[in-house]
Design a protein around this ligand. Structure first.
Ligand code: TA6
Length: 299
């Protein structure tokens, strides 16, 4: 892991600074006219994004671990090369190794709107990873994976940008965009269910994998008078999750009362949408997140 002084010398970008947290983990902090943000090199993990004129958009648990090798609870974990438990080996970490691996900063640039764009790289198993993160009035994420081995990877490849959004109260928000998508209901024995044809609202633990959908999602939060739009390309799955009361209480890195203030909308290729990449083949997943003040019409 490079020293922060070396990183600050190598990437003298206005508003970009590298520092270590009290546990010694290296993070980039961004403070520009376009946005404030934070990213840890472990997992290339975006933990904060606050576009100018708006509140913080991402949710981060006050009980999160910030220790090398342990996943950060909140922000945007990169789940790869599997999603959820390892398909074969229960000893492997949930959601893969990408989010607990050290990534390198390859490039940093100031953007035309006085934001910051970072390029990060990592070798995860036999995959060469490149992750671009553009912090500005929008948050633009690009995950490129390339199978750099000489033979086909023996398992299906799953990926997700497991984004945690901050909300006023999960019981008062709704998600539009997935009305026409079938979904795997992990709260009902993984049954595949027909499209609901209604916006998603929350009154219990919710853990659904919407499949075969390229749709953008809009998270409506009337109490905050805002809507968050999650657009995506190169993704056929969208995962929607809130742990509710009991599961939140079972997670040591998740405050017991924090279930009310968050929801995950995850842009992914998982389950029946898992990928296979031939030797040398690449795949790109792009997610663009924007925030708008809610008009009365959209309340
Ligand atoms: O994306 C939903 C999910 O798969 C849930 O089942 C829950 O396990 C969540 O991810 C968090 O997983 P983590 O390993 O980060 O605790």
């Amino acid at each position: 892991m490079p020293h922060v002084n070396q990183l600050n010398d190598q990437f003298p970008i206005p508003g970009l600074r590298f520092e270590t947290n009290p546990q010694g983990m290296v993070r980039a902090t961004i403070q520009t006219p376009a946005a404030e943000a934070e990213l840890y090199l472990q997992g290339a993990h975006v933990t904060r994004w606050k576009p100018a004129g708006h509140r913080e958009v991402l949710w981060l648990s006050r009980s999160s671990w910030f220790e090398s090798g342990k996943p950060i609870r909140g922000g945007i974990p990169i789940c790869f090369p599997w999603f959820g438990p390892h398909p074969v080996d229960p000893q492997q970490p949930a959601h893969g190794t990408a989010r607990i691996s050290n990534w390198n900063i390859a490039q940093a640039e100031e953007t035309a709107e006085h934001g910051v764009k970072l390029w990060l790289t990592a070798q995860i198993e036999t995959f060469q990873m490149t992750y671009t993160v553009e912090f500005g009035h929008e948050l633009k994420l690009g995950l490129q994976i390339r199978n750099s081995q000489t033979s086909t990877y023996e398992l299906p490849i799953e990926e997700a940008l497991h984004t945690y959004f901050s909300v006023s109260d999960i019981r008062q928000v709704s998600i539009e965009g997935l009305q026409q998508a079938a979904y795997i209901d992990k709260m009902d024995n993984g049954l595949l269910k027909a499209p609901a044809h209604t916006a998603i609202r929350f009154d219990r633990e919710t853990d659904r994998i919407y499949v075969n959908t390229e749709a953008a999602c809009t998270l409506h939060d009337p109490n905050l008078q805002r809507e968050i739009v999650v657009g995506k390309r190169g993704s056929l799955s969208t995962v929607v999750w809130n742990p509710w009361i009991a599961k939140a209480a079972r997670m040591p890195d998740f405050g017991d009362d924090e279930w009310q203030g968050m929801v995950c909308i995850e842009s992914a290729n998982v389950a029946t949408n898992a990928l296979t990449l031939a030797p040398g083949e690449s795949h790109g997943l792009q997610v663009d997140i924007s925030v708008n003040a809610m008009t009365n019409a959209s309340v």
